[in-house]
Design a protein around this ligand. Sequence first.
Ligand code: PML
Length: 273
Amino acid sequence: MKNLLSIRMRASQKVKTRNVRSTEIHISGAEGLYKKSEIHKIVKNYIERALHHPKGMPDTVVVTIEDIRQNPLTISALPVATINNNSPTEAENSIIRTLQSLGISKKAIQKAFALIKKGGMRGAALITAKNGNRLEPDRERGIRVSRLGMNKPALKVLSAKLSRHGINTDTVKEAIILASKVTSCKDVIAELCVSDDPDYTTGYVASKIFGYVRIPDIKPKGSKNGGRAFFVREGADTEYIIDYLERRPVIVGKVALCKGIMSLDEILNRSYQ
Ligand code: PML
């Protein structure tokens, strides 16, 4: 696909902290790669989303439309499954087992949990898989995955597959697209995501090996704390990873299996892919 535009929306709200300095909190965001003819429809949709979010009314909404010169790389979506989980404690154990099966150390996993539970991260943290070191040059800003989308035929197939499991929503589709881009980066082993939306309690662990594994009850309802952590190979080239995730245009052009609820053992045995 050529002549694509990157359309991004970021909605935020300024809040005064105790020491009277004002700080900006993230309310919502969305983005994709689109044709010029789609600008009006997409911008309208993004603005609606910015103005109706459970985290509240933003005081700033920024929409950026940018011409993409580089030809996008086409990748496949990760396979999708949901684990049969019932509580945040079970969720935490499933996440630990999954990440450890991918060779990620306890130290790195604890670092990610601590950051996500604290919340307030604007972008994602980049954490090395063994030593648990953070690699983002600006820890407040984090890494913002950008320039990503899914082509129309693949989106149609994905919508149909997700509908069979009652999960055909923009939130799920956008998360699958993002996780598919993140894990297509050669040095990224896995992503852990907990939504910062207080009403949204399903998160995921994504990896090339186990796919996009949805984790219900990842946090208690009402909690605004969430975030994303990307686990990367020890000694990986940080500049390359950041450039790939933030600037390389990537289109998801193929959809993989979308399963319903499964046990963690079935997922870890990869009996569904
Ligand atoms: C978000 O708030 O955008 C993250 C949502 C992650 C989970 C989506 C899903 O239900 O699979």
